[in-house]
Design a protein around this ligand. Sequence first.
Ligand SMILES: [Zn+2]
Length: 152
Amino acid sequence: MSERYMKVEKIEHGTVIDHIMAGMAFDVIRVLGLQNDRSMSILINSHSKKGGKKDILKIENVELSAEEASRVALVSPLATINIIANGDVVKKFNAEAPRVVEGILSCSNPNCISNQNEPVTSEFHLGPDEEHRYICAYCERDIVDLARQIRR
Ligand SMILES: [Zn+2]
């Protein structure tokens, strides 16, 4: 009998974020502000049953709120959030990209008023097209690389 090992242990309580865009798991950790004292499992470039590759993040003893889920959607709009209790999935939902993002992103335009040490909170609006772009409310610059513009 051959021995097989599971790649990642199942978790009893916590959150599994599935279908993260391949290579984005660390950005998800960053937007959630998770510290490395957490017990987490990270799968990078895992093979998806739907074809292609994805990342998976399992966080023990953390139940993601809707607000946190929308942060995940900022960097990985197709992620699914599974809340686990006693080893079972008790709640499953899609991360939904927020229409308005305040304070989380920085504008990539150095001349933008939100980058001038003024008491101005950055504000971005989801663009009208399907391309998942965020546009600065002050200077109207498009944010292309969202993950890079997320404040630590
Ligand atoms: Zn701006």
